[in-house]
Design a protein around this ligand. Structure first.
Ligand SMILES: *[C@@H]1O[C@H](CO)[C@@H](O)[C@H](O)[C@H]1NC(C)=O
Ligand SMILES: *[C@@H]1O[C@H](CO)[C@@H](O)[C@H](O)[C@H]1NC(C)=O
Ligand SMILES: *[C@@H]1O[C@H](CO)[C@@H](O)[C@H](O)[C@H]1NC(C)=O
Ligand SMILES: *[C@@H]1O[C@H](CO)[C@@H](O)[C@H](O)[C@H]1NC(C)=O
Ligand SMILES: *[C@@H]1O[C@H](CO)[C@@H](O)[C@H](O)[C@H]1NC(C)=O
Ligand SMILES: *[C@@H]1O[C@H](CO)[C@@H](O)[C@H](O)[C@H]1NC(C)=O
Ligand SMILES: *[C@@H]1O[C@H](CO)[C@@H](O)[C@H](O)[C@H]1NC(C)=O
Ligand SMILES: *[C@@H]1O[C@H](CO)[C@@H](O)[C@H](O)[C@H]1NC(C)=O
Ligand SMILES: *[C@@H]1O[C@H](CO)[C@@H](O)[C@H](O)[C@H]1NC(C)=O
Ligand SMILES: *[C@@H]1O[C@H](CO)[C@@H](O)[C@H](O)[C@H]1NC(C)=O
Length: 874
């Protein structure tokens, strides 16, 4: 055969092959369509182009063909395709890469895939595949890469998977549920470069065979349950670059020898049971960037030779039993960005040399036994994000210069012995999210500048000796009283400590007090007050920051002037003398007496600029014994805010006179609207104005206010004096409950005195009338039930139509309902109502007013009942 003939023959052979190939493409299309046939959902239409009329090589998305026209690659990533893997794929003649990463294929891997002799890469990671890993996958002679990571495969890794793996370079089974040992057959994978078996449930020891493949560089075994020793089995892995043994149960010495390997860059032996010391490190690769040996039982000191690892970015020695001191040499690791040593038994001081680490971002020295001061040099670490030196014995002050750490987000110095004051310059660290200085010996006031730290999500200054007023900025107020507690000299919101004795307290002048007191007494004449005012005015003693206490009586010859202390909770109240003079003069006017009751008379006081408040003059102190107790009660109530509660705005105390200042509500009380004939004649008042929707809103608003007091206030606030005179109405007839939390100020209840003091006897829960005075929130629920009945019927809780006749509202309503004549007890002036809704409200009222406290719902439940009545009757 000559050359020409030979070429001709070749030509013919190739033509025949080519024609066969064309025929096969038709067959391969079938195979791909079968593959698609097993797909049950394709939300992104990734396979939309896979249609009968298409040409797989040209039209099918994700498919690439070889020059000869066979399907060579199928690459469909992150398309959320659901369905089973079709075994048909095994029929593709020249498939080299099958990569279906990030879909939702479920079920098993078909056995048939083992027969794809041409396959070089099989990447099925991040799907929902399950079952055992088929041993047949070990039959593929060309496989270079196998990734089944991020699925739910279970069972053991079949040993025969590695019988034929001469070409395999990388295997990943990470994030599955594989159990059992690592097969020793892995030694067959002569060309293996790495494997990732992390995040499984593998058990057994570290097989020394792992080091048989000469080029093994990457070993990831983290988060398994492997045990036994490692150091003696791994020393022949000379090419290692990456070693993750973290979160297993390995024991014995940690394989520190490896640190001298020329190519090692990541060494993670954290959270195991490694013991012994960290040996001297002679040479250390400058490629080594990460050493994490945290969470073991390492002991002994930290050898200064660790600084030979000059390329380190991260050094984590935390949570061990290390002793000795921090070697200053560490400061010479120029590029170190994370240094963690927390929770060891390390003593000594923080070496100033640490300030030389120019790139440091995280410095964690928590829970050691460090003493001495925080070195000023740390302020040079300008990229620091996190500084944690909490739980040590550090002394001295917080360095002023810390403000230079402009990127700092996390500063934790709690539980030390730091003294001095908080540098105001800390307010410049505007990226701070975490600031904890609690449990130190800090003194002085809290700098206002901290209010600029608007990104804070943790803030704590408790257990120090700080003093003065807590800045009002919301950025720090938001953390509540526990962030400031146990600083005996600190006052103001959010602590329940009134700033009485400090210059910055909002305390008014002597004259103002005199004016109010005198006015409220309505004993002294205008002349006296004017005389006193003039006297005090001359002395200029009215300036805002003058502390008024009982001891500072103004020079006065004539009368027994009562001097006390006035505290305002509300910023909106005037604090200038002139305003108060004008406002309180009105108190002299009898017309300003707007009410009276079991606690005291109420006056209205108006100021220029439109501010009006209600002033209640107490007639009894109830259980309260002294000023301190009174102020404590008042400051507790002063912070309560709810749209359906009348806000307390301040108080005045002197030994013989107590006033409570509160929000003025313009539209009278529910009692006045329902029962006061004079009130009806005014255009805004009377029952006629209270059409059903308004009454319902009053009921719901009152219920919400009570639910807030009972369930949201800590400690819980009980009202114990609910009656229609205490439900005031705002401009829009919205309910405003007043006199809450004054339990201790109420006349001391006793079964005999009950009627005497409690004008509103019909509201009092039966258990309070008995000998065992057991207050509970259920007493309020009872009273509220009566209010509901009152709102619907327009009748008082107790009425006596005839001389010897007494009708209890509750019995009256119950009777009407029992007789099926509910509408007989509706208020006749009730307008625009749905009968069904009104009856439902009556029923809720009766449930609330049940005799047994346990049968009554909570106020939270009452709110739900009422809301559902409203929504089911739109
Ligand atoms: C794939 O589809 C074929 C044809 O509809 C069906 O016979 C086969 O059982 C399916 N395979 C799987 C694993 O569901
Ligand atoms: C599998 O494919 C994904 C997506 O391309 C890739 O991120 C991943 O590294 C691949 N697995 C391996 C072991 O290369
Ligand atoms: C091992 O694989 C998982 C994904 O399956 C990945 O999250 C992890 O980073 C890998 N580990 C290493 C060390 O590359
Ligand atoms: C891995 O181990 C660490 C340390 O024990 C643990 O905190 C983490 O939750 C584990 N992760 C998973 C995914 O199991
Ligand atoms: C270290 O890595 C280099 C390439 O980065 C390689 O040439 C050398 O063989 C490796 N050393 C060892 C011991 O594997
Ligand atoms: C080392 O491994 C642990 C647990 O497996 C992990 O939490 C930690 O982030 C790893 N350390 C580094 C530096 O990656
Ligand atoms: C390693 O550190 C030690 C102690 O700091 C030092 O004596 C030794 O010379 C260093 N070795 C090398 C190779 O730098
Ligand atoms: C703080 O304490 C140190 C000793 O621990 C003391 O020398 C220093 O005077 C104290 N500073 C202040 C402001 O109290
Ligand atoms: C808060 O920051 C602003 C703007 O940076 C600055 O002008 C102001 O002085 C700071 N306030 C305090 C109290 O430091
Ligand atoms: C502040 O720290 C104290 C003491 O550790 C703690 O009781 C309190 O709950 C902390 N408060 C906040 C807001 O973190």
């Amino acid at each position: 055969m000559n050359v020409l003939e030979f070429l001709l023959l070749l030509f013919l052979v190739f033509r025949v092959l080519g024609e066969e190939a064309a025929a096969d493409v038709v067959g391969e299309k079938e195979i791909l369509l079968q593959f698609k046939g097993n797909v049950t959902a394709d939300p992104r239409g990734a396979l939309a182009s896979w249609v009968v009329s298409g040409d797989p090589c040209r039209d099918f998305a994700g498919v690439t063909c070889s020059d000869a026209g066979f399907v060579a690659k199928i690459l469909i990533h992150g398309a959320e395709i659901e369905g089973a893997l079709s075994s048909s794929i095994a029929g593709l003649i020249d498939l080299q890469i099958l990569s279906l990463f990030g879909n939702r294929f479920s079920g098993g891997v078909p056995e048939e895939y083992g027969g794809i002799g041409t396959l070089r890469k099989l990447n099925l990671s991040r799907n929902e595949l399950s079952g055992e890993v088929p041993a047949s996958l070990g039959d593929m002679p060309s496989l270079r890469l196998l990734d089944l990571g991020g699925n739910s495969f279970s069972g053991v890794i079949p040993g025969s998977l590695f019988k034929n793996c001469f070409r395999t370079r990388f295997v990943s089974f990470s994030h599955n549920r594989l159990s059992g040992p690592i097969p020793t057959s892995i030694a067959n994978c002569f060309n293996l470069v790495g494997f990732n078996f992390s995040f499984n449930e593998l058990t057994g020891g570290f097989p020394p065979e792992i080091c048989a493949p000469p080029a093994i560089t990457f070993i990831a075994l983290g988060n398994n349950s492997l045990s036994g020793t490692v150091a003696d089995k791994i020393s022949s892995c000379r090419s290692l670059e990456f070693l993750d043994l973290g979160s297993n149960s390995f024991s014995g010495a940690a394989p520190f020898d490896l640190l001298s390997l020329t190519n090692l860059s990541y060494f993670n032996a954290s959270f195991n049971r490694f013991q012994g010391i960290i040996p001297e490190i002679g040479t250390c690769s400058d490629r080594l960037k990460y050493i994490d040996v945290s969470g073991n039982d390492l002991s002994g000191g930290i050898d200064p030779s660790i600084a030979n690892c000059t390329g380190l970015r991260l050094l984590d020695l935390g949570f061990n039993g290390l002793t000795g001191s921090i070697p200053p040499e560490i400061g010479s690791i120029k590029f170190l960005s994370v240094l963690r040593m927390g929770s060891n038994a390390i003593t000594g001081t923080i070496p100033p040399e640490l300030g030389e680490m120019e790139m440091i971002q995280v410095l964690d020295l928590h829970n050691l036994q460090l003493s001495g001061e925080i070195p000023l040099s740390l302020s040079q670490c300008q990229f620091l994000l996190e500084l944690d030196a909490s739980r040590n014995k550090l002394q001295g002050g917080i360095p002023e210069t810390l403000y230079k750490l402009t990127f700092l987000q996390h500063l934790d110095l709690h539980h030390n012995a730091l003294n001095g004051s908080i540098p105001s310059s800390l307010g410049q660290l505007i990226r701070l999210q975490f600031l904890d200085l609690s449990e130190n010996l800090l003194t002085g006031s809290i700098p206002d500048s901290l209010g600029n730290l608007t990104l804070l999500i943790h803030f704590n200054l408790s257990y120090n000796n700080l003093s003065g007023v807590i800045p009002s900025a919301p950025a720090i107020q938001q953390f509540g009283s526990s962030a400031f507690s146990n600083n005996p000299l600190l006052c103001g919101s959010p602590l329940n400590v009134v700033c009485g004795r400090h210059r910055r307290a909002k305390v008014l002048s002597v004259t103002v007090i005199i004016a109010i007191v005198a006015a409220a007494l309505i004993l002294a004449g205008v002349c006296l007050i004017t005389a006193m005012n003039r006297m005090a005015y001359k002395k200029k003693s009215w300036e805002e920051d003058i502390l008024v206490s009982e001891s500072t009586a103004p020079a006065s010859t004539s009368s027994n002037i009562i001097i006390g202390k006035l505290v305002l909770f509300s910023k909106s109240l005037p604090s200038r003398y002139e305003d108060w003079e004008a406002g309180t003069k009105a108190l002299l006017d009898k017309d300003c007496l707007i009410g009276g009751g079991s606690i005291g008379s109420v006056y209205k006081a108006s100021f220029e600029g439109g501010v009006t408040i209600a002033v209640k003059k107490l007639e009894t102190l109830g259980k309260i014994r002294n000023q301190e107790e009174f102020e404590q009660e008042m400051s507790r109530l002063g912070i309560i805010r709810h749209p359906n509660l009348v806000a307390f705005q301040g108080y005045y105390w002197s030994s013989s006179m107590q006033l409570i200042l509160s929000e003025f509500v313009p539209n009278g009380s529910l009692y006045q609207h329902l029962h006061d004939p004079n009130f009806s004649s005014s255009s805004r008042g009377g029952r006629g104005q209270l059409f059903w929707a308004r009454r319902f809103e009053i009921a719901l608003g009152t219920a919400r206010a009570l639910a807030y007091l009972h369930h949201d206030c800590k400690p819980q606030v009980l009202h114990l004096n609910i009656k229609s005179t205490n439900i005031l109405l705002g401009e829009g007839y919205e309910a405003k409950l007043c006199d809450y939390g004054l339990m201790k100020l109420l006349p001391i209840l006793g079964s005999r005195e009950l009627t005497k003091f409690h004008t509103a006897v019909g509201y009092v829960a039966p258990e309070l009338a008995s000998q065992s005075l057991r207050y509970s929130e259920k007493c309020d629920v009872y009273s509220f039930g009566i209010i509901l009945l009152e709102i619907v019927t327009g009748r008082k809780p107790v009425e006596s139509p005839g001389a010897s006749e007494v009708v209890l509202l509750r019995d009256f309503v119950q009777g009407a309902l029992d007789d099926g004549a509910a509408s007989d007890c509706f208020d006749r002036s009730l307008r625009r109502f749905s009968e069904k809704e009104v009856i439902q409200v009556l029923k809720v009222g009766l449930i609330c007013a049940a005799d047994a406290p346990t049968k009554r719902p909570s106020m939270g439940e009452v709110v739900q009942f009422l809301e559902s009545i409203r929504s089911s009757n739109p």
